[in-house]
Design a protein around this ligand. Structure first.
Ligand code: RFL
Ligand code: PHB
Length: 390
């Protein structure tokens, strides 16, 4: 078999890249380890920057977010039992973010791919990128008891943090990492969101909390929890009780509870692998970097990697220029490190750190107080939240 680009991974990065390349007439095949249903069952991101929404339109899949997304003009911070709105729209000269689930983004992209008749091999085992340091790359995989080989011009490693792409260049990458001493317990429920207008980030002495949404009838909530906790430790009743205790009295009163339809614990990590290009193999999205979810940047960063990679490959195939490919890593990493800084900062500001004693805690409280009373720092938060310009 032969194609122009083999994409490893059918998460949002891989599917979006496939769609953008297809629109430019570039043939591609996606190899995915899991089944399509499994990919759709992973509940993750919910907040899209305008750059990401624009890219979905460019890929021809913008109808879903237009119809089902909710535009947010502000976020709210809750600490010391009080709420503080941050007017993101006003502070950024009119920019907004959109609540629309990663599951929905993925479903829209899968549907467009199926409609265009493009090939995705689900449940592909032992996927292995090869020959990418020379000019005849290929990818092998196993399916239904047989080994298959696809020859190609380029390989895109869009296979997430635990994928095979970064693992296959591990001697050539430099890794930067910080692991945080807590996780997030997330709950999805078919209940109206506590605030349909703002995403609420809470810092209380019991730990971090977050109130978000997927639609006017579906909510997404998180609480900081110890890494040793198991999902089974958290009944729905315990979760709702804990969430309420971390908010101010008015919001706590307004929470509409209901049965959870998904509940999971995610560890928090900052991670960057450099560089992101190895001959004819490129890393994109979570395969190259992870941010703690506090800044809502992971999926958005993945989307900008894909924008740069699609642009570079289109330039190469249609204009015979290597300029975009040669600058891919450098272009992405500048934006990635800025998002890493923001996500680390917001994580440090909003969580309780188990080993932080009095001084560190007092500094955190002083910074929160400064943030909500300083237009300069509020503007910095707002402009990073909506996404720095490309
Ligand atoms: P994914 O989504 O991990 O997809 C990678 C795909 O590759 C497949 N794969 C393989 N396929 C073939 N062979 C192999 N050897 C393979 N190994 C892996 C996997 O099965 C999978 O299908 O990476 P991608 O596409 O780069 O997308 C990245 C995003 O998923 C991620 O950054 C976001 O979810 C992060 N994130 C958020 N991002 C935002 O922009 N806004 C948010 O509000 C936000 N909230 C979040 C988040 C992540 C969270 N968790 C659970 C980590 C909230 C949470 C709780
Ligand atoms: C979500 O809606 O899942 C969400 C929102 C904001 C974040 C992280 C996750 O910072």
């Amino acid at each position: 078999m032969r194609t122009q680009v083999v994409i490893i991974g059918a998460g949002p990065s891989g599917l979006l890249l496939g769609q953008l390349l297809h629109k430019a007439g570039i043939a591609n095949i996606i190899l995915e380890r899991q089944s399509g249903d499994y990919v759709l069952s992973r509940i993750r991101a919910g907040i899209l920057e305008q750059v990401t929404v624009d890219l979905l339109h460019e890929a021809g899949v913008g109808q879903g977010v237009d119809a089902g997304g909710t535009v947010h003009h502000s976020i709210e911070l809750v600490f010391s039992g009080q709420r503080h709105p941050i007017d993101v729209h006003g502070l950024t000269g009119g920019k907004v973010v959109t609540a629309y689930g990663q599951t929905e983004v993925t479903r829209d992209l899968m549907a467009a791919r199926a409609e265009a008749g493009l090939q995705t091999v689900y449940e592909a085992a032992q996927v292995q990128p090869q020959g990418f340091e020379g000019d005849k790359p290929f990818v092998t995989y196993e399916k239904d008891g047989a080994t298959h080989r696809i020859d190609c011009d380029f390989i895109a490693g869009c296979d997430g943090f635990h994928g095979v792409s970064r693992a296959s260049v591990k001697d050539m990458v430099k890794e930067f990492e910080r692991v945080y001493p807590f996780g997030w317990l997330g709950v999805l429920s078919d209940t109206p969101p506590v605030s349909p207008h703002a995403i609420v980030y809470g810092n209380s002495e019991r730990g971090f909390s977050l109130c978000s949404m997927r639609s006017l009838t579906r909510s997404r909530y998180y609480v900081q929890c110890p890494l040793s906790d198991k999902v089974e430790d958290w009944s729905d009743a315990r979760f709702w009780d804990e969430l309420r205790r971390r908010l101010d009295p008015e919001l706590a009163e307004r929470i509409v509870t209901g049965p959870s339809i998904e509940k999971s614990i995610a560890p928090l990590r900052s991670f960057v692998a450099e560089p992101m290009r190895f001959g004819r193999l490129f890393l994109a999205g979570d395969a190259a970097h992870i941010v703690p979810p506090t800044g809502a940047k992971g999926l958005n960063l993945a989307a900008t990697d894909v924008k740069y990679l699609a642009g570079a490959l289109i330039e190469r195939f249609l204009e015979r220029s290597d300029a975009g490919i040669d600058h891919y890593s450098q272009r992405c990493l500048r934006r990635i490190w800025r998002a890493e800084r923001f996500s680390w900062w917001l994580t440090s500001l909003m969580h309780r750190f188990p080993d932080t004693e009095g001084f560190g805690q007092k500094i955190q409280e002083a910074e929160l107080d400064y943030l909500v009373n300083s237009r300069a720092l509020s503007t910095s938060l707002a402009e990073n939240y909506v996404g720095l310009p490309l």
